[in-house]
Design a binder for this molecule. Structure first.
Ligand SMILES: Cc1cc2nc3c(=O)[nH]c(=O)nc-3n(C[C@H](O)[C@H](O)[C@H](O)COP(=O)(O)O)c2cc1C
Length: 322
């Protein structure tokens, strides 16, 4: 954990993942102010739109934060990297594509680089390219998922065994138990998306929040598998429409239009759950409260300490046979 905190100059090794076009400086700055690493996502936004988010973020916090650039959906990757340099963004996280061509430029400009990966092969390539930190994202996670469908539980120990740089676990983490479990697997921190939707500082629509708070263990669905674009969303009227479209053999380009960032905004920000989708991870079923970001982070870290103390006591009753 110390390595991650030192590398990113943060207090708790807890990262907010990118949140596409609906990234909010209010939520991201709350995470950074609370001692974690807040993230501004670029999604499919224009350079001008991202610049205005960065200016807003810098007004709200002087603490470190990251800019998430999802490679496969960003049209002007060079421009986005240059924007990060122009605004002295301390950390960039690269996801959804091959980061190798962009890491050297960012590193030369003094930016720390996080690469979001979903397999050992991807993580090794990112390390070779010069990444400072790997986020290993399992199939439990909200939003765009890897078609490899490897779970966090199995992915993290394999990543830890394969790279030298710190590994942070993402996908299915929402409280102290998840944090402690990730550390037990060898991760040196965690990244979250779903849990942060239900916080006081979250700017999303009340219907999104209600859906999340009412979710049970079976309330998320994978859409897009038939067209190779795997995404985990909360079960809604719109998610049913996506499933129906897939069953009737929708063309990949039509499905892409049905799941573009505008449909994300309509669902998450406007709360029109029949017209747009809302991302949600499998951890949704344990999200039952709306704390401030600060309380959430402190409960996670403090709770993990208690879990480890309790487990240590439990082990006092067990002796090895040999
Ligand atoms: C609303 C929302 C939007 C997301 N958008 C992005 C994104 O633009 N880029 C990205 O790398 N990950 C994105 N993710 C994934 C998160 O960054 C994070 O890695 C993931 O949510 C972790 O799993 P969890 O949902 O189980 O906490 C998104 C997640 C959510 C909930």
């Amino acid at each position: 954990m110390k390595r991650v905190c030192q590398l990113l100059s943060i207090h708790y090794p807890i990262i907010q993942g990118g949140m596409g076009n609906i990234s909010s400086p209010i939520l991201a700055s709350a995470v950074s102010e609370a001692g974690g690493l807040g993230t501004i996502g670029t999604g499919t936004l224009s350079l001008e739109e991202v610049e205005s988010l960065l200016l807003d973020m810098k007004q709200r916090t002087a603490k470190p934060f990251a800019l998430n650039i999802p490679i496969s959906v960003t049209t002007d990757l060079k421009g986005m990297c240059e924007l990060a340099v122009k605004h002295a963004v301390p950390i960039v996280s690269l996801s959804a594509g091959n980061p190798a061509p962009y890491v050297p430029f960012l590193k030369e400009c003094g930016i720390k680089v996080i690469c979001v990966t979903a397999s050992v092969k991807q993580a090794k390539k990112a390390e070779e390219a010069g990444a400072d930190l790997i986020v290993g994202e399992g199939y439990e996670a909200a939003g765009i998922n890897s078609p490899l469908e490897i779970t966090t539980m199995t992915l993290i120990p394999q990543l830890v065994a394969s790279v030298q740089i710190p590994v942070v676990a993402a996908g299915g983490i929402g409280d102290a138990r998840g944090f402690a479990a990730a550390l037990a697997l060898g991760a040196e921190g965690v990244q979250m998306g779903t849990r942060l939707i239900a916080t006081e500082e979250s700017p999303y629509h009340e219907r999104y929040l209600t859906k999340l708070l009412e979710a049970n263990d079976t309330e998320t669905v994978i859409v897009g598998r038939s067209v190779g674009k795997v995404r985990r969303v909360l079960r809604t009227e719109y998610a049913d429409q996506l499933i129906k479209a897939e069953l009737s053999g929708v063309k990949p380009e039509d499905f892409a239009a049905m799941t573009d960032e505008e449909k994300h905004r309509i669902g998450a920000v406007e709360g029109r759950l029949g017209d747009g989708f809302i991302n949600g991870g499998q951890i949704s079923g344990i999200v039952k409260s709306v704390p401030s970001v600060q309380k959430l982070l402190e409960d996670m870290v403090g709770g993990a300490v208690l879990i480890y103390k309790k487990q240590l006591k439990e082990f006092e009753h067990i002796s090895l046979k040999s």
